[in-house]
Design a protein around this ligand. Structure first.
Ligand code: XMP
Length: 418
């Protein structure tokens, strides 16, 4: 069974908006994938589309004429305003004969069936990070093969407030997976003791994660499959068929596993954009708090607690960060801010409380809006939202006497502080 029964290919001629073309087609409930303009007729035949949509062509790139000779319906010069959508809809329905019935429920059914076919009677290991992608993968695979799925969750001690609890609750109670939750906080903190350099912190966190994951995976014996939360933008960035563009990056969710752990990958989200993954999560019944979780870097609070990491500092940051996220959730930016979090700065400053001098920590609030995470602008929160965040942190988090809002764009700043 294939999910690609009715598929359109977007041929990218080097347009800045190529992903937008793909989005527009999927919004019309037709499945589509992207290919580069160097695509061969053979590659197109293998993908079996019902039509081709060409992006704008700012560089005057050429297409192999043999592609046109395949005789597939083509749409050129699709504009991305209202009129463009009408033209697109007519092309999909009338010219290509599409049913326009690609729904998330259908996708879930097909994807579950595909997982069953791929793994047969085998077992699957899934690393749960607490993030949306790995949670949706785990929920989907659980629906496909039940307790032949084993989930490994490593609590690094660098997670946000409530995150380990919500992951373990969801995947041991709601989805009764074979969950292996490892509390590795003291191991992480002992290996990180005294380390202040951000890159060094990242390396130690990454290596310790692999050690914990591999040790637990070995205990599970012969599980031949590893589930990964690879999503469509990861595939696009790693190179789409027929596109010679330089590979931007290769994505490995659990890269660096030792050689004696050999797995075949199960990647059921590889055709979905991020918001489609969230929709699928809702369709599968995951709680909103997991589905709407913001992206969170692998090293977690390790790169938001500047300088040396200690449990006391991380606990303080967790409290401040929880307040920032609670107030964000009440604000008009709840779903439009891309990432919003607190950072514990490595400075103390003078303040005053109840007539007494204090010399305490400073928290920075960081919130950005971005589509690609390569550039970002700071979120224009109304002053009263910022005021509530600051007032609550100052009154509810002991040891903090100053809050600042970060108004740096990326570039020249990055989104994270370390
Ligand atoms: P920066 O700070 O580079 O962040 O502007 C861009 C995006 O990447 C995330 N990020 C990371 N994700 N491991 C990750 O998995 C990392 O080491 C890491 N550093 C940054 C960041 O949260 C933002 O979404």
């Amino acid at each position: 069974m294939s999910i690609t029964r009715e598929k359109i290919l977007v041929v990218d001629f080097g347009s800045k908006s190529a992903q937008l073309y793909a989005r527009r087609i999927r919004e019309q409930q037709v499945f589509c994938q992207m290919v580069g303009h160097e695509v061969t007729p053979r590659q197109i035949q293998d993908m079996a589309p019902v039509g081709l949509v060409f992006t704008d062509n700012p560089l005057g790139n050429r297409l192999d004429p043999a592609v046109l000779a395949l005789g597939l319906p083509t749409l050129e010069g699709m504009t991305l305003d209202e009129d463009g959508n009408r033209k697109l809809s007519a092309f999909l329905k009338e010219t290509c004969g599409c049913q326009c019935d690609w729904t998330m429920e259908k996708f879930a059914e097909y994807a579950i069936e595909e997982v069953r076919q791929q793994v047969g009677e085998g077992r699957v290991v899934c690393g749960l990070s607490g993030g949306v992608d790995s949670s949706v993968v785990a929920a989907l695979i659980y629906k496909a093969i039940g307790n032949r799925l084993s989930c490994i969750f490593v609590d690094t001690g660098l997670m946000r407030k409530g995150e380990p609890e919500s992951v373990t609750e969801t995947f041991s109670k709601q989805f009764q997976t074979d969950l292996h939750a490892i509390n590795a906080e003291s191991l992480f903190l002992s290996r990180l003791a005294g380390v202040t350099d951000p890159q060094q912190k990242r390396k130690i966190i990454g290596a310790t994660f692999i050690d914990c994951f591999a040790e637990e995976a070995k205990k599970l014996g012969d599980a031949p499959f590893l589930a990964q939360g690879t999503i469509y933008p990861d595939i696009i960035e790693s190179g789409i068929p027929g596109c010679n563009a330089k590979v931007i990056k290769h994505h490995h969710n659990v890269g660096g596993l030792p050689d004696d752990l050999k797995f075949d990958l199960v990647e059921p989200l590889k055709d979905l954009f991020k918001d489609e993954v969230r929709q699928l999560g809702l369709t599968l019944g995951l709680p909103a708090e997991i589905v709407w979780r913001q992206p969170f870097p692998g090293p977690g609070l390790g790169v938001r607690c500047l300088g040396e990491l200690t449990k006391a500092k991380l606990d303080l940051l967790r409290e401040a960060d929880a307040i920032v996220r609670e107030e964000l959730a009440k604000s008009e930016f709840a779903k439009t801010a891309s990432q919003t979090f607190a950072v514990l700065l490595p400075v103390q400053s003078v303040g005053v409380r109840n007539g007494e001098r204090t010399y305490e920590n400073a928290i920075a609030i960081r919130s950005v809006q971005t589509t690609d995470f390569m550039t970002a602008n700071w979120t224009r929160f109304p002053y009263d939202v910022l005021e509530t965040m600051a007032d609550r942190i100052l009154s509810e988090v002991p040891g903090v006497n100053r809050v600042v809002y970060d108004i740096s764009k990326k570039p020249s700043a990055t989104i994270e502080w370390e």
